[in-house]
Ligand binder design. Structure first.
Ligand code: SF4
Ligand code: SF4
Length: 125
């Protein structure tokens, strides 16, 4: 990705960027995410490990997509400028859902809280 704006997902004030104090928990184990097959293959091309949840009891937002449980950190997570960033930020193959997850948004806060509290992973984005 061309230089991203300093966070995992979305553009925010760099002074208060929560990604600077996060281990990119939204891009690693403990999350279940909806991907298309092309998006799944794109992440796998970078070494991302995931399990297909064929019987997951929820409907995908887009027909043809599937739910996947990441079992490793996404292979596009890189250490840059002192914290973890997405190395596919400007790649057109980057999953659409990655761009919808906003740093500092409610899902980000809930996910970080769940991880710190050790109460398991949060469903999806
Ligand atoms: S969970 Fe939130 S703070 Fe952490 S990397 Fe993802 S968007 Fe940034
Ligand atoms: S492609 Fe980027 S934003 Fe999406 S899961 Fe991987 S590291 Fe995170």
């Amino acid at each position: 990705m061309a230089e991203r704006m300093g966070n995992q997902h979305g553009i925010i004030d760099q002074e208060t960027n929560p990604c600077k104090t996060c281990g990119a928990v939204c891009c690693g184990p403990y999350v279940i995410i909806e991907f298309s097959k092309d998006e799944r293959d794109f992440l796998r091309s970078a070494g991302t490990q995931m399990i297909s949840l064929d019987d997951f009891p929820a409907k995908t937002q887009i027909d043809g997509n599937g739910f996947y449980h990441l079992t490793s950190k996404c292979g596009f997570v890189v250490d840059k400028e002192g914290f973890k960033k997405c190395d596919a930020y400007d790649d057109p193959k980057r999953p659409v859902i990655c761009g919808k997850f906003k740093a500092g948004g409610i899902s980000c806060k809930e996910l970080r809280y769940a991880r710190e509290a050790g109460i398991g992973y949060r469903f999806g984005y």
